[in-house]
Design a protein around this ligand. Structure first.
Ligand code: NI
Length: 256
């Protein structure tokens, strides 16, 4: 039994065959998922998918790439949705320095506002980080994100930042890149993260694991991520599955 802690079943890539994708995941043993909303269109759809499936949950937040589009009305909307019974986290939020649609200063302000909101409603945070680790950590520290903790989603930087994230009550979630042949960093992280802070995810439709790299990702493939981590840690797949699923229950406050 596996828990895909970050999947975008609400993305347009799944419009045609979403129910088949969900069924394939269930058939592969991926019983639990969190569908992450990140803008006006994907947030309501994340909640709708969670309402239709007992073991699928939703997260609501605003993506840093589109930070420039977020008004106070959207922030209030996210706050209102956070009390929905299937919403388990605020995010994804963070900083993305790869794309320049939203200036860094705007991204930082929108990130801070969402951390404050998560603290107000007392829910864990899902962090998106692309080429911005040091600024992310600085803002998390200044805003005391430790109060609620959360997930460093698809962690893809050096292992030297991991301890700082753990100290702030954050979990480290690994996805497809841990299976990539030329990606030493996530492999190193997979071997070092304390087991009680490790999560698995797909970030589907993006970042499909080997041997499906470059194709559309889907939640069933989280099995490939867990298998790779088991191999790297010299543990059984069942152990990694059990531990990461329990971790997700505990972080998202899901009562079985
Ligand atoms: Ni995502």
């Amino acid at each position: 039994m596996l828990f895909d802690t970050h999947v975008h079943l609400n993305a347009t890539q799944f419009t045609e065959d979403r129910n088949e994708v969900i069924k394939r995941a269930f058939d592969t043993g991926i019983k639990y998922m969190v569908v992450v909303g990140f803008d006006r269109e994907t947030i309501p759809l994340a909640i709708e998918i969670a309402e239709q499936n007992e073991t699928i949950y939703a997260a609501v937040g605003w993506h840093p790439v589109d930070a420039i589009d977020m008004t106070d009305a959207e922030l209030a909307w996210i706050e209102e949705l956070s009390s929905h019974p299937k919403v388990v986290a605020i995010g994804e939020m963070g900083l993305d320095y790869h794309w320049d649609k939203s200036p860094k200063e705007v991204q930082k302000e929108v990130f801070r506002k969402q951390i404050r909101l998560a603290k107000k409603v007392n829910m864990p945070i899902i962090i998106h980080n692309r080429e911005a680790t040091e600024d992310i950590i600085e803002i998390m520290q200044e805003e005391d994100a430790k109060q609620v903790g959360g997930i460093m989603h698809c962690y893809n930087d050096s292992a030297r930042y991991v301890q700082t994230c753990l100290d702030m009550n954050f979990y480290i979630s690994l996805g497809g890149p841990v299976t990539f042949k030329n990606a030493p960093l996530p492999k190193e992280v997979a071997q070092q993260v304390p087991l009680d802070r490790l999560l698995v995810e797909t970030d589907a439709p993006f970042l499909a694991p080997h041997p499906n790299r470059g194709k559309r990702n889907e939640p069933a493939y989280v099995k490939l991520v867990a298998e790779k981590i088991a191999e790297l840690r010299e543990m059984s797949f069942d152990e990694i599955s059990k531990i990461t699923t329990e971790n997700a229950f505990s972080l998202f406050n899901i009562k079985k």
